[in-house]
Write a protein that binds this ligand. Structure first.
Ligand SMILES: NC(=O)c1ccc[n+]([C@@H]2O[C@H](COP(=O)([O-])OP(=O)(O)OC[C@H]3O[C@@H](n4cnc5c(N)ncnc54)[C@H](OP(=O)(O)O)[C@@H]3O)[C@@H](O)[C@H]2O)c1
Length: 249
């Protein structure tokens, strides 16, 4: 089977490409560094020529709300048009568990718009929603550090939301995507999460202890997740999700 992976040089993309090749699939690894730009459309049709399955594991290099919306809608529209022209038998995209529960996040709104374009395209598809990657945990914790004038000796508070998180190893996300690629399109969303729901505070303590960092972890119900307010279970799976096996830490 021929599979074109867009975002093939990213974290999940490179693990997925490696997994698919190990399984004997013919993989085209497409991303900006291979001359493919999903936003301008450059190189997209060529990368998809003869493909049976398209996988989109790209991520935006831009952070502003408008730029994120542009990336995920323009890029997805270009991929859908090219997928239709190439006659692919399945369009697979990676999204986020709870993406539609966090409307005050520009990133999540852009991912919801991406999902809607795929669902409304009429193409056979599978959207995989995953929980946060183990590898992303240090970035999350960094974003929650709050410096104050009262801090002594460079020890700051890590102010974490009072919410749950369910980290998953990117390798297991790639393995799940590889299974999806080899299966018929599901034409709906499939959720996959890490094996354990832990608190943000537990994750923070784990991340800090691994880097021998003695910042203080404080649970703060007003703390935001990249600018967004979380409910306790916004980011964790519900019944029916696939659960991975590698625990965090
Ligand atoms: N981080 C998490 O915890 C998490 C959880 C659930 C779902 N997700 C989703 O997983 C997906 C992949 O995340 P990741 O962390 O693996 O991403 P990543 O490591 O940042 O990799 C992003 C990839 O996208 C490519 N790319 C960026 N702009 C492009 C463009 N205009 N045209 C073509 N390719 C472009 C990059 O290409 P170059 O390498 O060539 O620059 C890179 O290969 C994202 O959509 C994200 O929403 C993430």
């Amino acid at each position: 089977m021929k599979v074109t992976v867009f975002g093939a040089h990213g974290l999940v993309g490179s693990l997925l490409t490696e997994t698919l090749r190990r399984e004997g699939e013919d993989v085209v690894a497409a991303s900006r560094r291979s001359g493919v730009d999903i936003c301008t459309g450059a190189g997209v049709a060529k990368a998809l020529a003869g493909a049976d399955v398209l996988v989109d594991v790209t991520d935006s290099p831009w952070y502003g709300d408008a730029e994120l919306m542009y990336f995920f809608t323009r890029g997805t529209a270009n991929l859908l048009e090219a997928a239709r022209a190439a006659g692919v038998s399945q369009y697979v995209a990676l999204s986020i568990v709870g993406v539609d529960q966090i409307p005050d996040s520009g990133y999540m709104r852009a991912k919801v718009a991406q999902e809607e374009l795929i669902e409304e395209s009429g193409l056979p598809y599978t959207i995989v929603r995953a929980t946060q990657f183990h590898e992303f945990a240090p970035t999350i914790i960094d974003s929650l550090v709050v410096e104050s004038d009262d801090d002594v000796d460079d020890v700051h508070d890590v102010r974490v939301p009072d919410a749950l998180i369910q980290p998953i190893a990117a390798d297991e996300v790639a393995a799940f995507l590889a299974e999806v690629v080899a299966s018929p399109p599901r034409n709906h969303v499939s959720n996959v999460g890490g094996p354990e729901k832990i608190t943000f505070a537990q994750m923070a303590r784990e991340v800090l202890s691994l880097s021998h960092d003695d910042q203080r972890v404080v649970v703060d119900p007003t703390a935001k997740y990249f600018g967004a307010t979380l409910k306790k279970d916004s980011l964790v799976t519900r019944d029916g999700a696939m659960l991975a096996s590698i625990t965090f830490g």
